[in-house]
Design a protein around this ligand. Structure first.
Ligand SMILES: [Zn+2]
Length: 80
C-alpha cells in the first residue's frame, strides 16, 4: 500500500500530538486501513507508555528505535 512510509514517519509527531488536525486525521485514516502501520503505531504507543511509566521522559533509546524500524521494514517486505 502506498503512503506507508509516510505514515510511519508521521507516527512520532502523531503520538506527540505535534501535528495539525488535518494531518493527524490523515494518519489516523491510514492506520485504520493498514494493519502493518497500525501494528507499528500500537507498538510505538506501548513503548511510549512504558517509557513514561519509568519516568524516562520523552527520549527513546536509539537502539530501541532501530529495532522498531527493522521490525517495520520486515513487515513491509512481501515475498522474496
Ligand atoms: Zn501503511
Amino acid at each position: 500500500m502506498t503512503g506507508c512510509r509516510n505514515a510511519i514517519e508521521q507516527i512520532y509527531p502523531y503520538l506527540d500530538s505535534e501535528m495539525g488536525r488535518w494531518k493527524a486525521t490523515r494518519v489516523k485514516w491510514h492506520l485504520r486501513r493498514c494493519q502493518g502501520c497500525d501494528g507499528a503505531y500500537e507498538f510505538e504507543a506501548h513503548l511510549k507508555s512504558v517509557i513514561r511509566d519509568k519516568g524516562g521522559g520523552d527520549e527513546v533509546p536509539p537502539e530501541l528505535l532501530d529495532r522498531l524500524r527493522a521490525l517495520i521494514h520486515e513487515e513491509g517486505t512481501e515475498g522474496p
